[in-house]
Design a protein around this ligand. Sequence first.
Ligand SMILES: [Mg+2]
Length: 344
Amino acid sequence: MKLAWQRQTIHSRHPFHIARGGASLEGDETQRVIVQVEHEGIVGLGEAAPSAYYNQSCESAEAALAQAAELLGDDPFGVAAVVDGLLERFPDQSAAVAAIDAALHDWIGRKLGVPVWKLLGLDPSLTPHTSYTIGLTEPENLPARLAQAEMFQSLKLKVGSEHDEATLRIVRQHAPRVGLRVDANGAWSAEEALGRIEALSRFGLELIEQPLAPGQFEALADLRRNNPVPIIADEDCVGVSDVVRLAGVVDGVNVKLAKCGGISEACAMIRVARRLGLKVMLGCMIETSLGISAAAQLASLVDYVDLDGHLLLADDPFKGLMLAEGVVRPADKPGLGISRRTLP
Ligand SMILES: [Mg+2]
C-alpha cells in the first residue's frame, strides 16, 4: 500500500470564533492534510483536520503519517487491525489516524463497488437533520447569517460571550420554530453555569454542549440534575473510555472522527454510549466534504447530527455529499462517494 498526503488550504465563509482557543479553524483560513492510499491501482482518500486544542497541527499529523506509512502492511481490508495499531502508536494524533481510516474505508468501498455506509450495514435514509453552526459574532451580523441558515431545522449557536442573550433573542425573532442547540466550549465556571443556562433556556433549547471546562464530572452531574436542558459532553469525550466515564454524568456525548481516530473507533463509541443509555451526537471539525463524508456514513446511527463543517466553507475542494431539507446524506456511490471539485 502506498501512502501519500498533501496540504489543502481552505477558507470559511465567515470568520469563525468560539469561546476557547484552539478551534479547528480560527478566523477564516486554515489547512487540512488530504491523505491518499493507493493499492492495486485504486485510490482511497481521507482528510486530517488537526486541532491545536488536542495538541495537533498539520506538522504533527504529517510526522505521524510519515511513520505510519511503514506500518500499513499490504491489505487495505485489514483496516480494523491497522487502525488499532496506529491508535496505540500515535494516541495523540487521532486526526491523522482518522484520515488513514477514512482512506482505507474509501479504498475498500471503491474496490467492492459499494458505499461505506452499506459496508457498515447502515441505512442513510434514517439520518437525522444536521444543525448549522453560527460562531461567536456581534449581534448585528446575525440577520445575514440567519438568512443563509433558513433551510436548517436546527441551529447550533456558539455561546460564552457577553452577547449570548442578545444573540438568542435575535435568533428567536427571526426563527421562532428552529431547534436551538448552544455550545459553550467549556466557557462557564461551575458557579455561573446554572444561571447562564437558566437565562438562555427561556429561548427554548434542544441541548447544551460542554458548559464547563473538561474534567469537572461532579459539577457536570450537579448541573444535569438541576436544569432541564440535556447536557452533551464534547471536549470531555475523546474516546471509548471517556464514554464509559461519562455515563450517569451527562445526557449524551459528541463523537467526532478527528477526536477518536476514525470510522472504526466512532462506531465503537456510538455503540458503547447507546448501551450505557447516553444520547449520541455526531460532530465534526471545520472540514471539507471529504472529511465530513466519512462521518456522514455513520450519521444514521445517532440522535443529533452536527455535520456542517463543509457548509461553512467558501471553497470546499470536494463534492459528493447531498443536502436536502437540512439533512446531510452520503451518496449512493462506492466508498465515501466523494470527488474533487473543479474550482473556477
Ligand atoms: Mg462542541
